[in-house]
Write a protein that binds this ligand. Structure first.
Ligand SMILES: [Zn+2]
Length: 423
């Protein structure tokens, strides 16, 4: 493994290797659980992934094939190389894929977030050598193409289309067509993913409306199913249910988690449909690809909420709220631009990027490599449930003249600058 040591001692090849490792263990874990592979095909694929992983670990990290297979059933941590500094990563003590062979939310996020970081590094290094296959880059390509397609129709239409996408992560082809999305964007919808299907039905998340994951469980010798959103925060705040198996009828869901945001965060908490979701037929329904859902819809709901709340609260203090409180302005250079006048007549402008990373360390590293925000935002805002990332992000932001805040703290501060009381 060749290394390019840079200013602060981190090596480019470490990140490149880290990214390859993420991809390889996800693929290997899926291979172990794939029901339709012959034993021979399975072994062949696993041997290839074992070789890839050894190459990416670098010399001096021995891992026998037997040990590799054993670790695929264990937590993510066991698959990461010893040279990787774990500080600032989210929880790494859980499996890459769950009992149903579905990639867990945390593993999925680690892969995607590392890919973003890798892309920044690659741009900085202008490395021509491409170690990643088309398949490995597909999630990123999807995301890029998605924005290109939406941007092609002008700024005002961009905001409308992106809002539609955030609000409609699933539906029938007829419903999606009616919402007026560009025809190419419909191509980012796929049949309902297998992990979300019970016989011929699926259930939309009560927060984001994307199909919830279904897993079979046993309790006191009786079989039941759990239905929960793959985004943990949604599952923790109401999008979690259970049902008993049925013979012919659609199953009836029963809630199994509380739905109460902390009182001080209530204003910016995401709305839920409140009702218990009804079974929808798999036939005829489509859902956004997982990467687009996770990195457009999930943060998009927070962005829309922040925008709506600021518009409402600042309405009385502003002459032209449409001009002063803007979402995804200037071809999406950043997520929000807010301009208010203080009681003393001074103008305050806030430019904001909302970041919803599971692994704060990867986000901090990305900021560092971009030397701040790529679009020039001065504020980095995270959803309230990521408050524990603020100390780390504050240190990194400070280096580049930026500030970090949770959504509620940020909204309060903006209102205060405008002389509006945050009740
Ligand atoms: Zn959800």
């Amino acid at each position: 493994m060749t290394t390019h040591v840079d200013d602060d001692g981190l090596t480019f090849s470490h990140f490149e290797a880290f990214r390859l490792i993420n991809f390889t263990f996800i693929k290997a874990c899926q291979t172990i659980n794939a029901p339709d592979l012959s034993p021979r095909d399975r072994a062949e694929k696993l041997m290839r992934y074992h070789g890839d992983l050894l190459a990416a670990y670098g010399p001096g990290v021995p891992l026998s094939f037997g040990e590799f297979r054993r670790r695929l059933r264990g937590p993510i941590d066991g698959l990461l190389p010893p040279w990787l500094d774990r500080s600032g990563f989210g929880d790494l003590d859980f499996p890459v894929v769950d009992a149903e062979g579905c990639v867990t939310g945390n593993a999925f996020d680690l892969q995607w977030e590392t890919s973003q970081l890798h892309r920044i590094l690659k741009r900085l290094r202008r490395i021509g050598r491409m170690r990643f296959t088309e398949e490995q880059l597909q999630d990123e390509i999807d995301q890029d193409q998605m924005y290109e397609i939406l941007k092609g129709r002008g700024d005002a239409q961009y905001v409308k289309d992106r809002t539609t996408l955030v609000e409609c992560p699933a539906g029938t082809a007829a419903e999606l067509n009616k919402r007026g999305l560009p025809l190419n964007a419909i191509g980012f919808y796929e049949p309902i993913p297998y992990h979300a299907v019970y016989r011929t039905w699926w259930f939309p998340c009560t927060v984001c409306k994307w199909p919830m994951k279904i897993s079979k469980r046993m309790s006191a010798g009786r079989e039941y199913y759990r239905v929960a959103c793959l985004y943990g925060r949604h599952a923790d705040t109401g999008a979690s249910f259970m049902f008993r198996p049925t013979s012919g009828d659609a199953p009836q869901l029963h809630p199994d988690s509380p739905d109460t945001p902390a009182p001080h965060e209530a204003a910016l908490a995401l709305g839920t449909s409140g009702a218990v979701p009804e079974a929808k037929p798999v036939e005829g329904h489509l859902a956004l690809k997982r990467g687009v859902w996770r990195y457009t819809c999930v943060p998009g709901l927070h962005e829309l909420r922040l925008h709506t709340v600021l518009r409402e609260r600042l309405a009385t203090a502003l002459a032209d709220v449409d001009e002063a409180v803007r979402l995804w302005p200037m071809s999406d250079a950043y997520d929000h631009r807010i301009e208010v006048k203080g009681p003393d007549g001074r103008t305050h402008v806030f430019t904001v990027d909302v970041k919803d990373y599971t692994h704060g360390r990867v986000l901090a590293e990305s900021l560092h490599r971009n030397e701040g925000d790529k679009g020039g935002a001065e504020w980095l805002v995270v959803p309230d449930h990521r408050a524990d990332q603020i100390p780390l992000l504050t240190v990194t932001c400070h280096k580049y003249g930026m500030k970090a805040a949770t959504m509620t703290d940020f909204a309060k501060m903006v209102c205060q600058s405008a002389g509006v009381v945050w009740a």
